[in-house]
Write a protein that binds this ligand. Structure first.
Ligand SMILES: [Zn+2]
Length: 301
């Protein structure tokens, strides 16, 4: 059986080679500097239903996200398998095939690979980041026998927005960030089918206009549009996770509140179906949703 084993190995290597290379361009390599150790992250294996696509939600690099969540995966209860960015680099986080904490319990349990795309305002860099992101998602789907369909029914590649609409949560990434460079859902769906050359030459992105910083309120930490009210929210029996913000609120850090945890706030605002409370933590503006429709997820005092 030795010969047969060799053949199988050679065949497998040829497939990996074929899916890793598109149009002869250099395939991404994976940096394991910040990979979670064997004793870190969830030990629960996943089923092979979905590949989930995210963006990091803040103006931060792939390296920053990977290194931060190597340190803080437990305290923030968030990490994924891969962080892509910084000119087409790929950093690994949690182990493939084991649950990440990226999109809620059901999605996490069915997704062997979840991928975060880091941010940039540079179109040339984005073209490389986007190509690596697409190819990594595509290769992961092929590897786990998951269809290359985007946000369809059944198994396939899904955005976090699809998870929100079909399973759980309130995040809408990564479409908002992709739109910065003119990448539509239709383009993403097409690119996932074919893959892209990783020098960025096939990404055909548009150059964004960087917005000017909004003026900060001079006398108060309370964000514009929020109603001042000092209080403490005591969570109910279910954790609240908000890693990259939701609705139109964007956190500068991940936010997680454990069951029965307390959270001091100075103001609140209803955005869509959710009521968000706000606090300033070590100079950062932090938000967490506490009420959905008319249902409070805990008590206030
Ligand atoms: Zn997400």
């Amino acid at each position: 059986m030795k010969k047969l084993n060799k053949l199988v190995v050679a065949f497998g290597a040829a497939i990996l080679f074929a899916v890793g290379m598109v149009g002869g361009a250099q395939a991404y390599s994976i940096d394991n500097t910040f990979k979670l150790g064997n004793n870190e992250g969830s030990s629960l294996p996943t089923t092979n239903n979905h590949i989930i696509l995210h963006d990091v939600g803040t103006e931060s690099t792939a390296r920053e996200n990977a290194s931060y969540l190597k340190r803080a995966w437990l305290s923030t209860e968030s990490y994924v398998q891969y962080y892509v960015g910084d000119g087409g680099k790929v950093y690994s986080g949690g182990a493939e095939g084991y649950q990440a904490w990226g999109a809620g319990a059901v999605a996490n349990a069915g997704s062997p690979v979840q991928i975060e795309l880091a941010h940039t305002w540079d179109a040339n860099q984005f073209a490389k980041d986007y190509a690596a992101y697409v190819n990594l998602a595509r290769n992961s789907a092929l590897k786990y026998g998951i269809p290359l369909t985007l946000d369809g029914s059944g198994n396939g590649i899904k955005t976090h927005l699809w998870v929100t609409n079909n399973l759980w949560g309130n995040h809408s990434d990564p479409y908002g960030y992709l739109a910065r460079f003119g990448v539509t859902k239709a383009k993403l769906a097409q690119d996932l089918k074919t893959g892209l050359p990783e020098d960025g030459s096939g990404s055909s992105v548009t150059t964004p206009v960087k917005p000017t910083e909004p003026a900060k309120p001079a006398t108060s930490n309370i964000p514009a549009g929020f109603t001042p009210e000092n209080g403490t929210f005591i969570n109910g029996d279910t954790e609240i996770m908000d890693r990259v913000g939701g609705a139109s609120v964007y956190n500068t850090r991940g936010e997680y509140l454990k069951p029965y945890g307390a959270w001091k706030y100075d103001s609140y605002k209803r955005i869509g179906n959710l009521v968000w409370i706000h606090q300033t933590f070590k100079g950062m503006q932090v938000y967490i949703p506490v009420r959905q429709g008319s249902v409070a997820w805990g008590t206030f005092r």
